[in-house]
Design a protein around this ligand. Structure first.
Ligand code: ASP
Length: 361
């Protein structure tokens, strides 16, 4: 079933208190170049637009923006300093897609290389393949001169240890005394919330989509994946068509949040297809979320029928430079309105996402 904008407003909106105000907003006239990203990408979108304004390729610009977040140990959801997997190993996923040449590259479960987005670009440019994983991806990176580094920061190690100690009262690990929590662990709990910290689907990512002054498009997604994931688990971020998809005739889109849900609807591709049908990027993102809500059937993933109990968001830009972001729930972990980052001729800023459901998970 294809949902028209009217149908969408009439169904998901009625059922879910969809942000009609957001949908009713008249799209502003577009100005290119534009970069749109998840909320952790404020510096990334600024960098990407600065480079596109200087005439650089949209993918190089997108990757340069994403590299800032990958290099930042304070962002514990991407690159260096990312929260490790179940066995305390940082495994990174990333993909890139270049509109003008309709090519893509990706890496998954890559260990020891802090800029997986740059390795993904090299997979695209210098191999016949699209996706390299695990030791193969690492070998490829090493052979191409990427240094192998320890990506596990002290803070991430302590957070992992705290998680492990609190995992079960039936194992041999004793729970730490709440009076003497490590300050790094306390800061992490303050940022994500104690319950959030322990949720199986807690994670984070950066997705960035860009359109340059000529209307050429690119997308890039990079992540350390879900916190404490199973070794070898690969989410949506490196999957072309899920974590990112770019079509130079239409637009570019990508996602953050529960990757398993996105993979099942090929959300990046679906969002671009909605834009191809003429939908505004924000509405296209909402329609993909609506599809996820409608096709999530497992009880363990629902808080009520048709209401997923996980967070997920999409970000998109079209060839004209219109952009949007939408999340499943209006509010984030801390109870604040969810936001995305965008940069254009008026500078870099955060804007509130449209949403499918009021409140928080
Ligand atoms: N999408 C990421 C993944 O599934 C995680 C996230 O963005 O929270 O690996």
């Amino acid at each position: 079933m294809t949902l028209s904008r009217r149908t969408l407003l009439g169904t998901a909106a009625a059922a879910a208190g969809l942000s009609k105000a957001a949908l009713a907003q008249k799209p502003l006239p577009a100005s290119r170049p534009v970069a749109v990203s998840s909320s952790n990408g404020l510096r990334a979108v600024a960098e990407a637009v600065k480079r596109m304004q200087a005439g650089q390729d949209p993918l190089d610009s997108a990757i340069a923006g994403v590299n800032i977040v990958e290099d930042d140990p304070n962002d514990m959801t991407v690159g260096y300093g990312g929260v490790p997997n179940e066995e305390c190993v940082v495994q990174l996923d990333a993909c890139v897609m270049h509109g003008p040449t309709a090519r893509a590259g990706a890496v998954a479960s890559l260990e020891g290389v802090k800029n997986p987005s740059r390795v993904a670009k090299l997979v695209m440019e210098s191999t016949d393949h699209v996706l390299l994983v695990g030791p193969g991806a690492r070998h490829f990176a090493t052979m191409n001169g990427f240094p192998v580094e320890n990506l596990l920061t002290e803070k991430a190690r302590k957070v992992w240890l705290f998680w492990k100690q609190n995992l079960s009262d039936k194992d041999k690990w004793l729970e730490p005394d709440p009076e003497h929590y490590d300050p790094d662990v306390k800061a992490f709990i303050d940022e994500f919330g104690w319950d959030e910290f322990r949720k199986p689907q807690r994670g984070g990512t950066i997705h960035l989509s860009a359109v340059d002054a000529r209307g050429d498009l690119a997308g890039c997604t990079s992540t350390s994946g879900l916190f404490f994931k199973m070794p070898g688990r690969v989410g949506d971020s490196p999957i072309i068509g899920a974590g990112c998809f770019t079509d130079n005739e239409v637009g570019s889109a990508g996602s953050t949040g529960r990757g398993e849900a996105n993979i099942l609807v090929s959300g990046g591709h679906l969002t671009v297809e909605f834009m191809r049908q003429g939908k505004h990027p924000r509405d296209a993102c909402l329609m993909t979320l609506e599809r996820i809500a409608r096709t999530t059937r497992e009880k363990r993933l629902l808080s009520a029928p048709g209401k997923p109990n996980f967070s997920i968001a999409f970000y998109a830009v079209n060839k004209q430079g219109q952009y949007g972001g939408a999340s499943m729930y209006a509010l984030g972990d801390t109870g604040k309105r969810r936001q995305f980052a965008v940069a254009d001729a008026s500078g870099a800023r955060k804007e509130e996402t449209a949403f499918l459901f009021e409140g928080r998970i």
